[in-house]
Design a protein around this ligand. Structure first.
Ligand SMILES: NC(=O)c1ccc[n+]([C@@H]2O[C@H](COP(=O)([O-])OP(=O)(O)OC[C@H]3O[C@@H](n4cnc5c(N)ncnc54)[C@H](OP(=O)(O)O)[C@@H]3O)[C@@H](O)[C@H]2O)c1
Length: 236
């Protein structure tokens, strides 16, 4: 097994996924990532150390096989992050107006793809004593007007993630609410609204780092509650 740690992060061309890719690349990891828009993915990952960008849609079976093959070429998987996600239709609709097509789209992206990809990579994660991290939302546990479809899918993602932990005691598995972040997805949820007061996604990374560096008990967490690494020179 190579000494270089390997991460697979879905949705690495924007927002939180892009910051995760940058952070782990900066730490010397090999990072496999994806997005549907290959031009944006290439632009955002160009020049980053150890980053392997694979264009595709997480709901596509062939693309899933390409991700699995990329992991196997490296012979280890230390961190799998389910970050790619969809809001579904915007402006966010009242539940009574949601169609079966909307339901399928949101469910396949936010729950089905992470469920299936985790299953395919479970032996690799377990063999590497790896960490499974699913990016959730406060909408998974709160009930906001218009957020029902997305929120239910994130509740499903939490459930799938923590059931993997229950079924595999050696697995470190986390569903994490990152909090509001100033990203294209957040802007799409609040069309026309000034979102410049929301934190940058980079501000979440030091909190998430606690999960793969300290490996707390598997469970659901809010990123803001995860302790920051001790600052260099801090007194104990
Ligand atoms: N922003 C917030 O305030 C907030 C709050 C709570 C939770 N979250 C969660 O945080 C995570 C990151 O969100 P974000 O705000 O950073 O989003 P973002 O800026 O819109 O980025 C989403 C990334 O995922 C990719 N992606 C989307 N659908 C995909 C698919 N089917 N297959 C492959 N890649 C796909 C996008 O690229 P392509 O479009 O090119 O595919 C992009 O790289 C999501 O799970 C989101 O639900 C966000």
């Amino acid at each position: 097994m190579s000494d270089t740690k390997v991460a697979l992060i879905t949705g690495g061309s924007s927002g939180l996924g892009r910051e995760l890719v940058r952070a782990l690349s900066g730490d010397g990891w090999h990072v496999i990532t994806d997005a549907r828009n290959g031009d944006a993915l290439a632009r955002e990952t160009r020049g980053l150390y150890g980053v392997e960008a694979i264009t595709g849609d997480v709901t596509d079976a062939d693309h899933k096989e390409a991700l699995v093959a990329a992991v196997r070429r490296h012979g280890r998987l230390d961190l799998l992050v389910h970050n790619a996600s969809t809001l579904g239709p915007t402006p966010l609709p009242a539940l009574a107006t949601v169609t079966v097509a909307d339901l399928k789209d949101v469910w396949r992206t936010n729950v089905g793809a992470p469920l299936v990809l985790t299953g395919a990579l479970l032996p690799d994660l377990l063999a590497s004593d790896g960490v499974l991290l699913s990016i959730s939302s406060d909408a998974a546990i709160e009930h906001y007007e218009g957020w029902g479809l997305y929120g239910a899918s994130k509740a499903g993602l939490d459930h799938v993630t923590l059931t993997y932990a229950a079924e595999n005691p050696g697995l470190h598995a986390y569903a994490v609410d990152p909090g509001d972040m100033r990203t294209p997805m957040h802007q799409a949820a609040f069309p026309g609204e000034d979102i410049s007061d929301r934190p940058e996604p980079a501000s979440v990374i030091p909190h998430l780092r606690h999960l793969w560096e300290q490996r707390p008990e598997s469970g659901r967490y809010r990123a803001a509650d995860l302790p920051l690494p001790e600052t260099a020179g801090a007194r104990s």
